[in-house]
Design a protein around this ligand. Structure first.
Ligand SMILES: [Zn+2]
Length: 546
């Protein structure tokens, strides 16, 4: 997830109006979106988020212990928390610290000297009635709903808007804690499901229970979540590439029977994605699928689910080919993010294509795994109908600004096009698995991914990335045939665009290397029919007008 805006007409109109203008950014955007001096000197090692969630008054109150290693000298620490939540106190070594607030950023003035190399911690106390999401997961916040038995059904979702909507943290993607403990106190008749493994449950005298969930791997901020409801549990073991993976399912009582049938898709998904991408990246933390009161989100090791126990995306096939009706979009898409999003994570949301382009494309890989190569190709080509070419896929760096929703279908089709350029499926799979292995549990820049793919492919893909990620134009293959001569070039493209292309000359495949200058090649026959291979996402113009 998030933002599959092409399905939401109102949102599309809204987006188009906004992005027709150059976006304006302010001081708060920079504080949120950049690695400020008050962030860069310390490296997160551990969070212990310890909160009480009270459905009766829609409040969250508690503490977050932030442990960190001192990298360079610094005495002021930036912690983010968005109103109406209030950071009431910051304490280090028993001393209460001064907090200077600048919008959502809180600059905490540390008293004790921060020695380089030391690991320190700070205790933050906070609380309030967090923002309610009016449109989860597209808009961040807490969702307070009721199940069919009128029991509370509560969840957080915060991609884009930020985890600092509901808990105080270093709200930038570049830094992840090495591990995290999430302790959530709820009324005793409810269960909290968060990320990682349930370490213990405590029953308190005040008719509440505290659930302690431990994540033993690095986790990004928006991945951290709470899901509170009258859950029941069932599970299974998946024999995967790295051993036995615990799969745990937490669903509302009313959904148990449906879930037992529908979640049979989980091992199918795991099998397909381990094939393409390598081992599931969080065996230690298990895989979970958790009922949520909204569509779904890729919360690390606790994928949230609200697709109504049906195939497709809320029952619809995004590709229009029929292949998207054969599996549950949310189970496949959101779980796919365990590889691209949770394992390989963008450093700046401007590079969100690392998450969404690969996962749009992964949907076709799922189709391919079970239905063959042409079925997968048909699916990804089908998703082209959602492409808008309104603005670049790459957003704007250092201001928390993501690019066009084209990062889904156009990004997926860019990757599919690159696969055609390689024309070597073994190598292509090596790249997909290699990305997950060589950037294992890492936060990366888009440029690193581009460079890696070029190196592994042995082809300079930079012009291709420039074209599809940073430009809105679709390159047009312009050609004409005169007798035995085929003349062609790339037009409507970035300078030096030179993507190799496969064409069919009177039904016979031919690989050519167009550039932005006209080239002429001799053909075996006179005036044959020329067809550009449909797996390349390009425009075509016969200059003779045929
Ligand atoms: Zn997604």
């Amino acid at each position: 997830m998030k933002r599959i805006l092409f399905l939401i007409v109102a949102a599309i109109t809204f987006q188009t109006q906004i992005f027709a203008q150059t976006p304006k950014f302010n001081h708060q955007d920079t504080l949120r979106g950049s690695i400020t001096a008050e962030r860069s000197w310390w490296d997160l090692t551990y969070y212990h988020l310890d909160i009480v969630v009270n459905p009766a008054d829609s409040t969250i109150n508690g503490t977050n212990t932030v442990s960190y290693k001192v990298l360079t000298s610094g005495q002021v620490m930036q912690i983010d928390l968005q109103p109406p939540m209030i950071l009431t106190k910051a304490v280090q070594n028993g001393k209460t610290l001064n907090i200077v607030k600048d919008g959502n950023a809180h600059f905490i003035q540390l008293i004790d000297k921060q020695n380089i190399g030391a690991t320190n911690s700070i205790l933050l106390t906070y609380g309030g009635r967090p923002k309610v999401s009016r449109k989860p997961p597209w808009e961040g916040g807490i969702t307070w709903k009721k199940d069919k038995n009128n029991l509370p059904f509560i969840a957080s979702s915060c991609q884009g808007d930020g985890a600092s909507l509901w808990w105080p943290c270093k709200d930038h993607m570049y830094d992840e804690p090495d591990s995290m403990l999430i302790s959530v106190n709820v009324p005793a008749n409810l269960i909290d499901v968060s990320n990682g493994r349930l370490r213990k449950t405590e029953t308190l005298k005040n008719k509440t229970k505290t659930y302690h969930w431990f994540v033993s791997n690095p986790i990004n901020n928006y991945g951290v979540n709470i899901n509170i409801g009258d859950y029941v549990h069932f599970g299974e073991k998946f024999n995967g590439e790295k051993g036995v993976l615990d799969c745990d399912y937490w669903v509302l009582k009313e959904n148990l029977e449906k879930a037992k049938v529908h979640f049979k898709q989980v091992p199918l998904m795991l099998k397909a994605f381990e094939h393409w991408f390598g081992p599931y990246p969080f065996y230690e933390d298990s895989y979970k699928l958790v009922d949520a009161p909204y569509l779904g989100m890729e919360h690390q090791s606790s994928i949230t689910y609200g697709n109504g126990y049906q195939n497709g995306y809320l029952g619809n096939d995004q590709s229009g080919t029929g292949w998207g009706d054969t599996w549950d979009f949310i189970i496949v898409h959101e779980s796919g993010h365990e590889w691209f999003a949770n394992n390989v994570t963008y450093k700046d949301v401007a590079d969100m294509w690392i998450h969404e382009s690969f996962i749009n494309y992964s949907e076709s890989l799922f189709v391919e795994f079970y239905n063959g190569k042409e079925a997968g190709a048909e699916y990804v080509r089908g998703t082209r109908r959602g492409i808008r070419n309104d603005r670049p896929i790459t957003g704007i760096y250092n201001v928390n600004y993501e690019g066009s929703g084209d990062m889904y279908p156009k990004g997926g089709n860019m990757l599919h096009t690159i696969r055609q350029i390689l024309n070597d499926d073994a190598k292509w799979m090596d790249i997909l698995r290699g990305l997950n292995k060589d950037f294992y549990h890492q936060v990366v820049e888009g440029a690193q991914i581009e460079k890696y793919m070029s190196q592994k492919a042995g082809i300079d893909l930079k012009p291709v990335f420039d074209q599809y990620l940073r430009d809105v134009r679709i390159p047009v293959f312009e050609y004409y045939v005169k007798d035995n001569n085929l003349t062609f070039r790339w037009n409507n493209c970035v300078p030096r665009f030179n993507m190799p292309l496969k064409i069919w000359v009177a039904g016979t495949a031919k690989n050519i290397n167009p550039s932005t200058r006209f080239t002429t090649v001799k053909l075996d026959s006179s005036n044959p029919e020329i067809v550009v291979d449909k797996d390349y996402y390009v425009g075509v113009l016969n200059m003779m007008g045929r």
